[in-house]
Design a protein around this ligand. Structure first.
Ligand SMILES: Nc1ncnc2c1ncn2[C@@H]1O[C@H](COP(=O)(O)OP(=O)(O)OP(=O)(O)O)[C@@H](O)[C@H]1O
Length: 650
């Protein structure tokens, strides 16, 4: 059970020191057993009370400095001397006056370690899960009755450690590290091998996080400096993703639309211009975002208004598009008819790409953006146009090799789903709505028509004219003013596909192989960039999970009367740790908000380092010196305990 913190010394105390200020005044008048697992924090400053402290090597340096310093985020964090990157550590300085023989002496092992380890009662039981740090004993404040392992007792009245009224202070020596590895300079046999990483297995870095400087770097920072922005993905990318997510979740309350169409519900219209085109065989089409009640995913539902199904095979020809998997084609997931809108309509459910525009909208092509209104700045660049050519070619290759033809290939039906990322949309619709009339046309002819349409799409985007096919020669002249012969030749080659029965998309792909390589290289660069952005988020995901655990176990109303979490409880220090991480104050009691401190603490907690920190209760009555290793163990065990009690997930 928990150590009794309150004791009869209390009434002898005149005043309490504030948490972070006024220590100097308080130290002479008060030494109120503030230490449970450490030593009196005022002892080094001449505390007037007896300190029955059996010194051990472990307290040299690190505990002294811990206890001397105020609890402030500005305090330098403890770095084990043997991990010190610059090598300028106290251990080296101290050894200057020691005889060379001493270097080969056996490392100092405090007696307490030996006795403790032999008597240790492992808290781990057979049910210890994999995540547990089996070599660490959980930090549990001891009862007053238990004999202290090492008398680090700070008792103002009595230096005997057996008195009931005293707070026994047992220091957990499991976390003590005997010291750094032997000095590699002295061992000539190893030939300097100690300077190199000999252990190929994963090792934690000194700072217990993985914020390696990959990706772009701000040049006016020193190598060890990071800005908060370095820890997260760039703002513009985050904003873009957030907008897309918000668009996906958008709903339309009180809409007049049907509540559901088959298994799709929450319909939101996506087309903003209420014009009807003849591109789908004269049928009017509407596009809605909808959520599937089958899997919760979002889809784009294209409704072909007033379509009457006369042949079941027509639907089947639309279903064939489900097998076309290409990064440059909007994937069709379902084709069906439904009367939800009060008429007979055809519905094509496709993948939903939030906030996408059509190529015509994106490049201002159409009746409203005819050539004279388009200025030179809006002129699409040649690399962008080549990128479109490569993507459309790759889409057509996938479609044609499935024995299908796109048929709908127009700037008003190609979606721009990202920067320079396009996808063919509306494919498969004509296969259904013109099933009877088109069943006679050979697919090879439709595929060659695709090549012609392909040429017109490129010409249209390049020249800014919607109906580029109406006067091909004149528009081509215009096109030649902006683009090099290689691109002009590609357009002409495609446009003449109807006259040459041999032309296929495969031949075209071979012709543009140089551009394919360029596009592939650019895609790899984009991939690298995104990967480096992703690597920044990796640490954040880890820390968020850790924070989720911390927040789940702290301040639970169910634990309100749980003694383990009370001031006298064995989990009390976890509460104090939360304060230490998130509720720091400075000497004037002003909040210190330092994300660097929070991230550092959480990383060390996650790693379970041996560094010890001082945790002081809000009323300044209790003080713990505890290592991150013990904290980690405590957090994990409290969380597992919580999981055991929790209701099964729905
Ligand atoms: N799969 C999809 N994912 C996300 N948005 C889409 C999808 N398909 C279409 N849209 C959106 O719906 C809008 C309308 O698409 P549509 O294909 O009907 O083009 P349109 O320009 O409205 O043509 P028209 O008015 O001639 O029918 C597009 O601008 C696009 O923003």
């Amino acid at each position: 059970m928990a150590t009794t913190l309150k004791n009869n010394v209390e009434d002898k105390q005149a005043a309490l020191s504030p948490r972070l200020k006024g220590r100097e005044n308080a130290k002479d008048t008060l030494c109120r057993n503030v230490t449970i697992y450490g030593k009196c924090r005022y002892e080094d400053k001449g505390c007037a009370f007896n300190h029955n402290i059996e010194r051990s090597a472990s307290e040299n340096g690190q505990n002294d400095s811990q206890s001397k310093k105020t609890l402030n985020v500005d305090s330098p964090s403890f770095t084990p001397s043997f991990l010190s990157p610059n090598g300028a550590n106290a251990a080296i300085k101290k050894s200057a006056g020691i005889s060379p023989k001493a270097a080969s002496a056996a490392p100092f092992m405090p007696k307490a370690i030996i006795s403790r380890s032999s008597n240790a009662t492992p808290l781990q039981d057979a049910r210890t899960p994999d995540w547990a740090m089996v070599d660490v004993q959980e930090f549990v404040p001891r009862r007053a009755q238990e004999p202290p392992l090492v008398s680090w007792l700070c008792n103002p009245d009595n230096d005997s450690s057996t008195n009931e009224n005293e707070i026994p202070v047992a220091h957990n020596f499991e976390t003590f590290q005997p010291g750094p590895a032997p000095n590699p300079y002295l061992d000539h046999g190893i030939n300097g091998a100690a300077f190199f990483q000999s252990n190929p297995s994963f090792q934690l870095p000194v700072q217990y996080h993985q914020y390696a400087p990959i990706g772009h770097h701000s040049s006016n920072l020193t190598p060890y400096q990071r800005t908060v922005h370095d820890l997260f993905i760039p703002n513009d990318l985050r904003e873009e993703i957030q907008k897309k997510l918000a668009a996906t979740l958008q709903t339309l309350p009180n809409s007049q639309l049907p509540s559901h169409i088959e298994s799709y519900h929450s319909l939101v219209p996506l087309d903003t211009n209420h014009k009807s085109s003849t591109i789908f065989g004269g049928y009017t089409s509407w596009v809605y975002k909808a959520q599937s009640s089958t899997n919760g995913q979002y889809y784009a539902l294209r409704r072909i208004e007033g379509f009457r199904l006369t042949n079941e095979l027509a639907i089947r020809s639309g279903q064939a598009w489900k097998n076309v998997i290409s990064a440059s084609v909007v994937r069709i997931v379902d084709v069906f008819t439904n009367r939800g809108f009060g008429d007979s309509s055809l519905f094509i459910a496709t993948e939903y790409h939030p906030l996408s525009k059509t190529l015509a909208e994106y490049h201002h092509i159409g009746p409203n953006w005819a050539r004279p209104a388009r200025n030179i700045k809006e002129q699409v660049t040649e690399p962008t146009l080549w990128s479109y050519v490569v993507q459309i070619a790759s889409a057509l290759k996938a479609i044609h090799s499935s024995g299908l033809a796109a048929r709908v290939l127009d700037p008003s039906r190609i979606l721009v789903t990202g920067k320079n990322r396009i996808r063919l949309n509306g494919c498969g619709v004509l296969d259904v709505v013109q099933f009877d009339s088109s069943s006679g046309a050979p697919v090879s002819q439709l595929q060659r028509q695709d090549l012609v349409n392909f040429a017109l799409v490129i010409l249209s985007i390049g020249s800014g004219i919607a109906d580029a096919g109406a006067n091909f020669a004149r528009n081509m002249d215009m096109f030649k003013r902006f683009f090099k012969p290689e691109l002009q030749n590609a357009v002409v080659w495609l446009y003449s596909a109807m006259q040459n029965q041999e032309k296929t998309i495969d031949q075209f792909v071979t012709l543009i192989s140089n551009q394919m390589i360029t596009a592939f290289n650019a895609a790899l660069h984009t991939d690298d960039t995104l990967y480096s952005e992703l690597s920044r988020e990796v640490e954040n995901a880890r820390l968020v999970r850790l924070m989720a655990k911390l927040d789940s176990i702290n301040e639970r109303p169910e634990y309100e009367h749980d003694r383990a979490w009370s001031e006298n409880g064995e989990r009390y220090y976890l509460k104090l740790f939360r304060d230490y991480v998130f509720h720091q104050v400075d000497a004037q009691n002003r909040p210190v908000v330092d994300i660097g401190h929070i991230v550092t603490c959480l990383n060390k907690l996650d790693a379970g380092t041996d560094e010890r920190i001082t945790l002081i209760s809000r009323d300044e009555q209790s003080c713990f010196i505890v290592s991150y290793r013990e904290l980690k163990k405590g957090v994990e065990s409290a969380f597992q305990d919580l999981l055991k009690r929790s209701a099964p997930l729905r």
